[in-house]
Design a protein around this ligand. Structure first.
Ligand code: HEC
Length: 127
């Protein structure tokens, strides 16, 4: 083994983790990325007259109603996916009786869950 090779190995082992650490996740758009997921999996029950809205008060009509949350208050805490009820529900971290989508509906794809989580993490912007 020559020293040049060893140097390259050393440089790579320092540079790679640094590069990985610098990589930011791309900014999630509420309009382009988040709304289609909520429309597909949640909206049918969370508009006026439907069970989800009637029981919880959580309406998926607009960004404003999403941020308003349920009759008990917000389910999205910007920057805090860990305690945002919206994220807890789609990640299955809440009581099984509160699984969302409700009942037997198929859970979200891991990529869809990640999108919602990142959007909340990035400040839940109306972008
Ligand atoms: C099949 C109908 C249905 C679908 C689809 C559905 N929900 Fe619900 N949702 C309900 C019902 C019914 C409740 C009230 C449950 C209860 O309080 O027992 C509810 C309650 C909620 C609540 C309030 C929970 C609380 O803390 O009281 C939130 C937030 C919510 N849903 C989010 C979602 C999200 C996000 C989706 C999509 C991933 C979704 N729902 C899909 C029917 C639905």
């Amino acid at each position: 083994m020559n020293t040049k090779f060893l140097c390259c190995v050393a440089a790579a082992s320092v540079a790679l983790p640094l590069l990985a650490g610098c990589q930011r996740s791309p900014e999630i758009s509420y309009v382009k990325d988040v709304t289609p997921i909520l429309d597909k999996h949640c909206k049918a029950c969370h508009v006026a007259g439907q069970a989800g809205y009637v029981v919880s008060g959580f309406e998926l009509e607009s960004y404003e109603t999403l941020m308003k949350g349920t009759q008990y208050g917000p389910v999205v805490l910007p920057g805090d996916p860990l305690t945002s009820v919206l994220v807890m529900l789609v990640e299955g971290r809440a009581d099984p009786s509160l699984k969302m989508p409700h009942g037997d509906a198929k859970p979200l794809e891991p990529a869809e869950i990640a999108t919602i989580r990142q959007w909340v993490e990035q400040g839940a912007k109306n972008n």
